[in-house]
Design a protein around this ligand. Sequence first.
Ligand code: SAM
Ligand code: SF4
Length: 476
Amino acid sequence: MKFSPENYRIPDSKSSSFIDVEEIETILQQAVSSKKMVEQIIQKALNKNRLTLQDTAVLLNANDPESIQKIKNGARKLKEAIYGNRIVLFAPLYVGNKCLNNCKYCGFRASNTEAIRTTLNDQELIEQVEALEDNGQKRLILVYGEHPDYSPEFIAHTVKTVYGVRKGNGEIRRVNINAAPLSIEGFKTVKESGIGTYQIFQETYHPEAYKKYHPSGAKKDYNNRLTSLDRAMEAGIDDVGIGALFGLYDWRFEVMGLVRHVNHLEACFNVGPHTISFPRLQDASTFKQDAKFKVSDEDFTRIVAILRLAVPYTGMILTAREPEAIRKEVLQFGVSQIDGGTKIELGKYAEKETEIEQNLNREQFKINDDRSLNQVIDELLDEDYLPSFCTACYRLGRTGEHFMEFSVPGFIKRFCSTNAILTLAEYIMDYATPSTAEKGWKVIEKNLVDLAKFQNTDELKNRIERIKNGERDLYF
Ligand code: SAM
Ligand code: SF4
């Protein structure tokens, strides 16, 4: 479905600001939410129609328990109807924490003199990647502070280094990036190294709040950050990830900002973001968050359900910042990617015992989930999810068209579910503990039976046998 920008006060043009605070506030104030309207809007989403900012505001203003429950049920239904049961797994890898910015909430801010500054050298990077491969990871997101050392050329070099690491049957097949905004030239340099998604969070879409939290350094410039993914798209990176750091400002405003950002990319580039992230602010070294904007667990789960309904064909990423119970609930609302076995302290994946103490000053903030990748996979299997390390679309050039998964009939079954099964089979053969392996084969069996109702599964079964016999990296 095409987005039509004429509904907005600011017409969309590339690389110019598209957030109008007054417009968003007016829409939020004017959106009267009745039970009937909520039901109609949920139905609109279930009919695969994209929600407008006005529709989204109605859902955001629905405060009665019955409507909130209906929104959550709607998100669950949409997820089941469209996304199936696969969950893609990845791990973040912090490459360097030097930073010239002073984001008040971040342990890596320049003014935090306690932080031990490190940039992994090639050898250290290789050791980290080998350790991640030994755990079974296939997809990484590399994370960098904002510093002249982390030039586009440096980022490109680290990406190529990561792709080059092979340990046993291990290899990293997709490297995504979370780093500071670049120029179009800079994005081109990084693109050439073969990245998957370029991810940048706006943190807060509210310009005044943004100013308060970003007092100095290049990140002070709200518009430069807001339009950065336009430049990425201009540079040919068509998989981009957006996000807001929930807890800096009113969560309703941030959801509207995210939806507006999706609309903007669709209007200017005909394709929305590949993923949306919604990290919740965590306490970090000497930073305590403003209680007024703290997002409760209840509100957080509402945010995820509303986003699922509002932008049905965008992948949603949940990170290890969230505790296990919250993860379990929002997985049902259509989160499509989670990280597993995450360590955000620099150099921690391949750590030696003696280095543990030093690492206390190397982390950016506290995370609430320290389960290993195998534990995360084991629990996903218990809940009947299909853990996936699939990287097929990006490697076959099926990028920038994430909505295909949503809109092309049978796409999820034909590609996502089958590739999830193949990558899970690889994981079982190479890395799973015996009890996880047993559960994994059962889940594969069950999914094969389900798939056989819709398509011929002979070739899929044939490839599973080839994996059992030692072949790797088979995909559709
Ligand atoms: N330096 C780059 C930047 O700021 O975009 C990329 C790396 S930065 C470490 C990645 C993300 O970490 C930020 O965009 C921010 O949303 C998140 N972050 C920083 N401090 C956080 C905190 N205290 N709690 C949760 N997330 C935080
Ligand atoms: Fe630096 Fe990014 Fe942390 Fe801000 S969020 S201080 S830019 S690493």
